[in-house]
Design a protein around this ligand. Sequence first.
Ligand SMILES: *Cc1c(COP(=O)(O)O)cnc(C)c1O
Length: 341
Amino acid sequence: MNNAVNIEWGKLGFSYIKTDYRYISRWKDGSWDNGKLIEDNNLTISEGSTCLHYGQQCFEGLKAYCTKEGKIQLFRPDQNAKRMIQSCRRIFMPEVPKEKFIDACVQVVKANEAWVPPYGTGATLYLRPFVIGVGDNIGVSPAREYIFSVFCIPVGPYFKGGMSPIDFSVSEYDRAAPKGTGAAKVGGNYAASLYPHEKAREEGFADCVYLDPSTHTKIEEVGAANFFGITKDNKFVTPISDSILPSITKYSLLHVAKEYLGLEVEERDVYIDNLDEFAEAGACGTAAVISPIGSITYKGKKHIFHSLTEVGPITRKLYETLVGIQIGDIKAPSGWILEVK
Ligand SMILES: *Cc1c(COP(=O)(O)O)cnc(C)c1O
């Protein structure tokens, strides 16, 4: 029996909580085993595991939501499955087939049903799938054994007192190289971002903006989220680059902007010297859906978007529509929702 009933859902943050079950599957001699649910949250792996030395690993992040009717649903898990296949290819690991990925997520949600936050709390169940290279290795070469696992934790509403704009600075560091691993969801990109993140925090910013690694003139990522801006003539604009991690939230917002709000949308270069073209801006990803950007400080100059304290009207509309779709209040485009039964 778990103690999930004792949780104050609205007060949850984004912290590790041991839920009851996790899924684990092992790859050896060219194939994945059937996988199973286990209770132990500790992994025992060889000291020679490639994930420990050569960063041979990747991960995903997605959420399960509870609807008003009490149904539990996953938001676009096929997109996470697809992206994990791309990440596995780039880091030279065996792919987790889409069906296996989705089945693992469904099994984990079902087994931890008591941990799914109820509708209306703003809390959700966050799923963390990952693949790691394991086994006895030492040379720089791909592992001969792998683990694919999925665990879950209940997470609170990202903005406790409602959505509010946050401030960013532009980092002098890069999180990825031009033809590197920026488009793969791999731990190495995050390792590279910890120090710049801490520096931005010390200077009073929430996080930093990364520019394109080859020319340092265009916006790529905002912390561990994608960027979008709303131009003064109401276009939804988001940067395009091979070293941006393709955010599922971003592409979902792009669709919502076009099909639900009737905005023009553009995926194109966004120059850091041309922020004046935007009336509003935001950072987007699964964790917060949208973090409105109050300001970006570049070379000592603070550029303020809509307001430092108020959320812009289009940003709010985008947020409300996408969250409405995720929790089942608004009709989703076909194929976006997978009910867990
Ligand atoms: C995961 C991630 C995002 C957001 O992707 P979503 O699919 O929207 O959650 C953005 N940038 C980076 C670097 C990421 O790792």
